[in-house]
Design a protein around this ligand. Structure first.
Ligand code: AMP
Ligand code: MG
Length: 403
């Protein structure tokens, strides 16, 4: 049977970055990947500017740090200087205002006191030329490349793009991911399940996972385990970048998903991976569309999504590192576990001063989604019988930021 990493390689080999398009700069692009190099249209700062509220001075006037200076002008941010400083003169200046000609240092207000209407007494150490001044172009120069294609957009990138006046920007679009739940026994959340029925937890869960991965979910609802209904819903789903089905991929009588996908021309790349939970997972392609058949058990569906679908979404969205992301953590308690397959075991991980610590959560197997409300990660455990002592270093798959 295929290993998880072999299966991941097959997925990534079929996942091609989507074509970039120019779009208006908006916070909705948060996390998307820049598709062009960005050049500054200005020097920043555009002028030598004061970093303090205080007095712009000539350092030569303050060789011993003390002087009584004549105040010739007052400048707040947004104003421009009209008076150059001559010997014995100072300009009262606020943070962000341009430095007047002749001045080469700013003395902070706390080191000064007003002496009379137009005089100020400075009592400081001798100022260093350039003190409390940010020179023009220190942050960036006009014509300089300040952001490169491939950069994921974080808040600081938005600030820099606005600073250089960009109102449209080329980015890789978010992948469109269609979600289809399957199963005769599944009813949607508003319904009271009848005998033998359960509610559709996977639909909303997978949509949220798509959003977390940076994609746009489209929900097709539930298909009964009937070939015709599956066919028509799958056809619709194949129009998006990725189609994710849940249920119907195992070996049961009504597990019709792989067969129906095959009839519709979806080329199968794998069906079954050496892992727990999630062994029956299916992956195929139809033209450029990636098709994932996730097992119906909710923890299997969630884990398979994190291991295969999320990296695919990230790759289509242009991220250089598709994940999943693993860190090392020390076990917070003894952990005894026996498994015939490599296992991803729900756990709680947190930063404990020097490193990550991790604790398995009580878990009753692949149907037990509730256990995952107490978890934020999965401990990776190789096949075998393990008696892991507290303090043992283990590999942990991070699925979310700590909170
Ligand atoms: P299947 O993969 O279709 O054999 O389903 C495996 C198990 O997962 C069965 O117990 C199903 O009832 C359950 N299951 C399937 N789909 C869902 C769903 N959308 N939400 C919650 N549980 C599901
Ligand atoms: Mg089923």
């Amino acid at each position: 049977m295929l290993s998880v990493s072999e299966a991941q390689s097959l997925v990534l080999a079929k996942a091609h970055v989507l074509s970039a398009a120019p779009v208006p700069l908006s916070y909705e692009l948060l996390g998307q990947v820049l598709a062009e190099d960005v050049v500054s249209d200005i020097d920043m700062p555009p002028f030598d500017k004061s970093l303090m509220d205080g007095y712009a001075v000539r350092s030569a006037d303050l060789s011993d740090g003390k002087a009584l200076l004549t105040v010739v002008e007052e400048l707040t941010a947004g104003q421009t200087p009209k008076r150059a400083l001559a010997a014995g003169q100072a300009t009262r200046i606020m943070t962000g205002a341009p430095i007047p000609a002749g001045a080469d240092a700013v003395v902070m207000i706390e080191r000064t006191r007003p002496a009379s209407d137009d005089r100020v007494q400075i009592e400081d150490r001798p100022p260093r030329p350039g003190q409390n001044i940010m020179p023009r172009g220190r942050e960036m120069r006009r014509g300089e490349i300040i952001l490169s294609a491939g950069a994921p957009l974080r808040p600081q990138e938005f600030g820099v793009l606005a600073t250089v006046g960009r109102i449209t920007i080329a980015v890789i679009p978010r992948p469109r991911v269609t979600i289809l739940s399957t199963g005769d026994e599944i009813v949607d959340a508003p319904e009271k399940p009848g005998p033998g029925q359960i509610r559709n937890g996977n639909g909303p869960m997978l949509q949220a996972q798509v959003v977390r991965a940076g994609g746009i979910p489209q929900y097709l609802g539930i298909s009964r385990d009937r070939a015709e209904e599956l066919r028509s819903k799958i056809k619709q789903g194949l129009q998006s970048d990725i189609l994710v089905l849940s249920g119907g991929v195992s070996a049961g009588k009504l597990d019709l998903v792989p067969g129906t996908l095959g009839e519709l021309g979806v080329q199968a790349h794998f069906h079954k991976v050496e892992m727990k939970p999630g062994k029956p997972v299916f992956f195929g392609t139809w033209k450029k569309t990636l098709v994932f058949g996730l097992p119906g058990n909710p923890v299997s569906a969630l884990a398979c999504f994190e291991l295969f679908v999320r990296p695919a979404i990230r790759r289509l969205a242009g991220h250089e590192k598709p994940g999943p992301f693993f860190v090392e953590a020390t076990l917070a308690e003894n952990f005894t576990y026996k498994t015939d397959r490599p296992t991803y075991y729900p756990a709680w991980m947190n930063w404990e001063g020097k490193g990550y610590q991790v604790r398995p959560v009580p878990w009753f197997g692949s149907p037990d989604l509730r256990a995952l409300t107490q978890a934020n990660a999965f401990i990776f455990i190789a096949a075998g019988e393990h008696q892991l002592p507290a303090g043992q270093v283990v590999s942990v798959m991070k699925t979310e930021d700590e909170s």
